[in-house]
Design a protein. Sequence first.
Length: 316
Amino acid sequence: MTNEVKTYIGIDVGKDELEIAQRGETKSWRTDNTEEGIEHLIEWIGFKTNCQVVIEATGGLEMKAASALMLSGIPVTVANPTRVRAYAKATGQLAKTDAIDAQMIAGYAGAIQPEPQRVKGGVEMTLSALAKRRKQVLEMKTAEKCRLSTAPARIKKHIQKHLEWLEEEVAVLDEEIQQMIQSDPEWEEKSSRLETVPGVGFITTATLLADLPELGTVNRQKIAALAGLAPYNRDSGRKIGRRRIFGGRSSVRRVLYMAALSGTINNPVIKSFYQRLIDQGKPKKVALTACMRKLLTILNAMARDHSSWNPKTILA
C-alpha cells in the first residue's frame, strides 16, 4: 500500500487579493481577500485530498484567511517570509511577482513540510487582539509623552487631553481582558496559578493564554522554540560562535522580557539565576534572555502539573 501524496497549497497575501498556487502546477489563480473570496478558496481546497496550506506572514493581512481556513478544519502554517525568500534564492528564483511568490511558498511547503499550527478559537483570537491593541495604545502613550516635553504651550493641552483618553482606554482594555479570562473557568484557573509567580502579571498570562496555547502540553525545548527563546549554534570548523535566539512568537517574547526583568528584582529564583550568570561574566542581555527561557520553563511545568508557584521545588 502506497502512502497518499500530500497536496501543498501556497498563498501570497495582498491587502485586496490572495494569490494561490498548488505545488507541481504551473499556473496560479487569485481571489479577493474578503469573506466571500476566502469562502471561495475554502470550497476550492475542499476538493483536494490530504491538503496543507502555507501562507506567508504579511504584517497581519494574512490572519483573516489563515483563521478562516483553520476554523474550517484545513491544516495551515503561517510561514516566516525570510525563510520563504531564502528558499527562493536557494532555488535560483530572483524574480518576484505575486504569482511567483505563491509558487515559491507552495514549493517551500513541499520541501520543508512545516508543522500545521494549532487551531485558535474565536475567543483566543479576540483575547490576542485585545492584548495587541493594549500594546498599541501604550506605544501611543509613550510617543505622546515624548512630544509633550518639546511641544509649544498651546499644543501641550491637546497632547495632555489625548494622554488622558489613552489612559482611560488602557483601563477599558484591561477590564475587557480580565472579563474574557474570567468567562472561561479553565483560563481563569490557569491564569490564577501562573500569576502566583513573582513578576508575572495578568497581561503576561493573557498573552500566554492567547498566543502560546501549547503551554503545558509540550516539553521545555519545544516551548522555548515556539517563543523564539531556543539558542541556536553558530559553529564552523574550529570556530565556536555565539548561540543566538531566532524567530518565534514576538508577542510572547515581549511579555516574558518584562516579566523576567521584574523577576531579577522580585523573584528569588530568577534573581539568583541572573546574578549567578552575571558573576560568571555573561553580558546582561545574554543573562536576561536566559532568565526569560528559565521563567518560561517554570511556567510550562506549572501549566503541565496544574501547580502554583513554589520556589522550594524549583532548582535555582
